[in-house]
Design a protein around this ligand. Sequence first.
Ligand code: MN
Length: 245
Amino acid sequence: MIDFHCHIDLYPRPEEVILEAQRRQIYVLAVTTTPRSWRHLQGLLAGCNRIKPALGLHPELALEREQETRLFNDLIAETRYVGEIGLDGSAAHRRSLPAQQRVFESILESCARSPGKILSIHSRGAAKEVLEALERNWNAGKPVFHWFSGNSTELGRAICFDAWFSVGQSMLRTKKGRDLVARMPQDRVLTETDGPFTQTGGRPAMPWDVAETEETLSELWQLSLEDTGHRLEQNLKTLLSHSGS
Ligand code: MN
């Protein structure tokens, strides 16, 4: 099983989540929201072979953390995995879009200087702006849109750009989300939870809750659960082999 976007450092007891995810052999992309939390997460994940720390600066924090782009740039050579990064154009965050765009641009430039990155990208209410930034910085790395919620034209543009997608249960609960996922190339889709920020059965989603998302995908793709699991593992292998290791 794969949880390609999880804030593992933000659970009340991350050590327990890490142990259980390890025990279940789940591949987890552990995204961060600020470069300052990178060292701590790296320490938590020492010795974990299927839980990868990602260096991030969340767009919702871009305004107050703009000076951390320098730290981001200092750390970028240490990791292949980047996230959570991106832009948020929703009503609550639209005001900080200029700062978000400066931060995102700076991050993409850092990534381009250190090739082979895989980027977990937030694009709520700003899919078009994110696509424009990625097209300008086409050499920043392989984008994986997390919880893509753009319109159908924007989805088409992301697909043409060879982007990947990580999809979760919150997205698949809506018709719009299911319609978008149905149009995504099956060989460029991964599962995610976005835990602990999403809920499953009235509690924060855990990495192993992607089992439910696999079931929904198997219905949507009309594949057996087993074939859906194989498809997703194969996708992960393909993505990770894009630029070695
Ligand atoms: Mn997130």
